[in-house]
Write a protein that binds this ligand. Structure first.
Ligand code: RB5
Length: 169
C-alpha cells in the first residue's frame, strides 16, 4: 500500500505534465458523482471545464441528453477533448460515437487511455461511474489528456477509412 505522500507526489506529477486545455464533461445520474469529482480535479489542474450537465443528480434523467451536446462540442472544436460518464460508460460511448467526428471509447486501463489517443486519435473518453473509482478515473483522464495523436501514416490511413464510413454509411 503506497504512503499517502507517494500518492500526492504522483498526483502532482500528473498535474504538472498536463497542458491546460478546454475540456467538455457530461454525465447522467449513473455518472453524476464521478463527473463532479473529475470536473473539480480538472479545474484544479488548470483546465477550462465546460460542464454539459447533468447539473444535479436526477435518477430519471437520460444520458443522450447530456452526452450528445458535449460530443457535438468536441466535433465542432468548441472543446478540445471530452469526458463522458454514465453508470457503465457503455451508453455514453454508444451515444457519443453517433456524432460524426467523435472518436469515443470506454476506457478502464492506462494503456488504452494513452494508445487510444496516440494511434486512434481518441477525442472522448468514456467512463463508468459505477465501475471505476475516482482515483483510477482521474489517472485515466490525466493519461488521456496528456497523450497526443502520433500522426503516423499508418494511423492516418486507418482513420481515413473510419472517416469514410461516417460519410458513406
Ligand atoms: C442508468 O441507470 C444507466 O443505464 C446508464 O447510466 C448507463 O450505465 C448506460 O449505459
Amino acid at each position: 500500500m503506497p504512503a499517502s505522500d507517494d500518492i500526492d507526489g504522483k498526483k502532482a506529477v500528473i498535474q504538472r505534465t498536463l497542458k491546460s486545455m478546454r475540456i467538455g464533461i457530461a454525465a447522467d445520474h449513473g455518472g453524476f458523482e464521478l463527473k463532479e469529482c473529475l470536473a473539480a480535479n480538472l479545474r484544479e489542474a488548470g483546465h477550462a471545464v465546460i460542464d454539459f450537465g447533468a447539473g444535479e443528480w436526477e435518477p430519471s434523467d437520460d444520458y443522450p441528453d447530456f452526452i450528445v451536446p458535449m460530443a457535438r462540442a468536441v466535433a465542432r472544436g468548441d472543446v478540445e477533448r471530452g469526458v463522458a460518464v454514465c453508470g457503465s460508460g457503455v451508453g455514453a460511448c454508444v451515444a457519443a460515437n453517433k456524432i460524426a467526428g467523435v472518436r469515443a471509447c470506454l476506457i478502464h486501463e492506462i494503456f488504452s487511455a494513452r494508445q487510444g489517443v496516440e494511434d486512434d486519435d481518441l477525442n472522448v473518453i468514456c467512463l463508468g461511474g459505477r465501475v471505476v473509482n475516482a482515483d483510477l478515473a482521474w489517472e485515466l483522464v490525466s493519461t488521456f489528456l496528456s497523450a497526443r495523436f502520433s500522426g503516423a501514416d499508418r494511423h492516418r490511413r486507418r482513420l481515413a477509412k473510419v472517416t469514410e464510413l461516417e460519410i458513406k454509411e
